[in-house]
Design a protein around this ligand. Structure first.
Ligand code: CO
Length: 426
């Protein structure tokens, strides 16, 4: 099966961050990784494979180093995408509407006039307490209809899509359609047993590939990189060093949550691993000094209709290979040193690399690496899949870049890269 087909399957199984973590966990279970709960005693052993989750929407999977002080080869991606939180159903003008709250910076117009799904997490009352249950009502549940052009002659002259006025979604053509009952039916419980819920609207388009190699798929940012990072860990060969794959929630809202990249999740896992290996404080700091991390989040390809928006000196082409991101203000963690390492690994693997810079007068977005390096200070580089229409409902990229990204990340985990007194041996 092609990387693209596999990627589409992964994304389809991940309509929300909770589902992304559940699907990732399912694949790790299949690959023999042992699931650990943060509240339990872990009993980690050298060379063995584990994963843990936090808040149901972030996950860290790793293979333990074989020897103390060997360090870690790592990558990180994010599980969340811009979406709409469903606050509840209300009757309005004889219809049932879903009241929404925006999550992250989405291109709002893209969410109109298309079938939207409802999925998320329910907290369900049981005889013994409360259980958590994922739910997916399916992809054709609601729509956010435009006002007809006959009632808005300015529709094609630029429209400000207001969260309160434009974005509430139509759930049913009659009042009192029962969203809570639909959730209860899907969860196999009684309506009154649903104590609380985290629900998102999601774009249910299936991933597609054009005959000429474009791919169109929802949530490509950042499930494309999550897919590649997971592939890298699953294919990582035996080594003295450990291997880590991080999947963080809440990147789209600044990462400052208990489960985000700014949290203690990665430091906590590394500290517990260091203790299990019998490393003392100096050993574990020496291990971090030998460790490397790829912060993997999609980047912008040059848009042919808006080429002037990209940095003229460094055009990133769709189909031109994996993106290595640079920023003088250090929003990206790439340095000359880590770029040289990543480029060397990619060159050996036959993967083309493209340098990305923001246009000098544009600030660009933020990502995981620079926030994560405040928690775990290891050498990092920022990379990603070049794409168009970032944060739209359906995003566009090139199939050959998916191959490039997967090959680059797998080569990153597989490569021998050793710190020496002169520099690096590889
Ligand atoms: Co992203």
């Amino acid at each position: 099966m092609s990387n693209t087909t596999e990627l589409f399957r992964y994304i389809e199984a991940a309509p929300t961050p909770w589902h992304a973590v559940a699907e990732t966990a399912r694949r790790l279970d299949e690959a023999g990784f042992a699931r650990l709960e943060e509240a339990d005693s872990w009993g980690l052993e050298p060379g063995k494979k584990y994963y843990t989750t936090r808040a149901g929407s972030s996950l860290i999977a790793w293979r333990m180093p074989k020897v103390p002080g060997a360090g870690w080869r790592m990558s990180a991606a994010h599980s969340d995408s811009p979406a709409f939180r469903v606050k509840g159903a209300v009757d309005r003008a004889g219809c049932t509407m879903l009241d929404l709250e925006g999550y992250g910076g989405m291109i709002r117009a893209a969410w109109l006039d298309r079938p939207l799904g409802i999925a998320g997490r329910l907290m369900v009352k049981t005889a013994g307490g409360i259980r958590e249950q994922l739910v997916d009502l399916g992809g054709e549940q609601a729509v956010i209809p435009h006002l007809a052009i006959h009632m808005d002659r300015t529709a094609n002259s630029g429209h400000n899509y207001d969260m309160k006025k434009d974005m509430p979604a139509l759930y049913a053509p009659a009042a009192k359609a029962d969203l809570q009952q639909a959730l209860a039916d899907a969860a196999g419980c009684k309506k009154e047993e649903i104590l609380a819920q985290d629900l998102l609207l999601y774009c249910s388009d299936k991933g597609t590939q054009t005959p000429n190699g474009l791919i169109l798929v929802p949530r490509l940012d950042d499930l494309g990189c999550a897919f590649a990072g997971l592939a890298g860990l699953l294919n990582a060969p035996e080594s003295e060093q450990g291997a880590v794959f991080c999947l963080f929630d809440n990147e789209e809202v600044g990462s400052g949550t208990r489960q985000g990249a700014l949290s203690s999740l990665l430091p906590d896992v590394l500290a517990r691993a260091a203790e299990a290996l019998g490393e003392n404080a100096e050993d574990s700091r020496r291990a971090l000094a030998k460790s490397l991390l790829l912060s993997a989040d999609n980047g912008h390809a040059i848009h042919p209709n808006f080429a002037e928006m990209s940095d003229a000196a460094n055009p990133v082409r769709l189909g031109g290979g994996v993106v290595l991101k640079w920023n003088a203000s250090q929003k990206y963690t790439t340095s000359g040193e880590t770029a040289a390492l990543f480029r060397s690994v990619c060159e050996k693997a036959g993967v083309p690399v493209q340098d990305y810079y923001n246009r000098p007068d544009l600030p660009g977005g933020s990502t995981l690496g620079n926030l994560l390096s405040a928690q775990v200070s290891v050498r990092m580089a920022d990379i990603g899949l070049p794409q168009l229409a970032m944060h739209s409902c359906v995003e566009t990229a090139a199939a050959q870049d998916v191959d490039a990204l997967v090959n680059a990340v797998c080569a990153w985990y597989a490569a021998r890269i050793e710190k020496t007194s002169q520099g690096w041996a590889l």
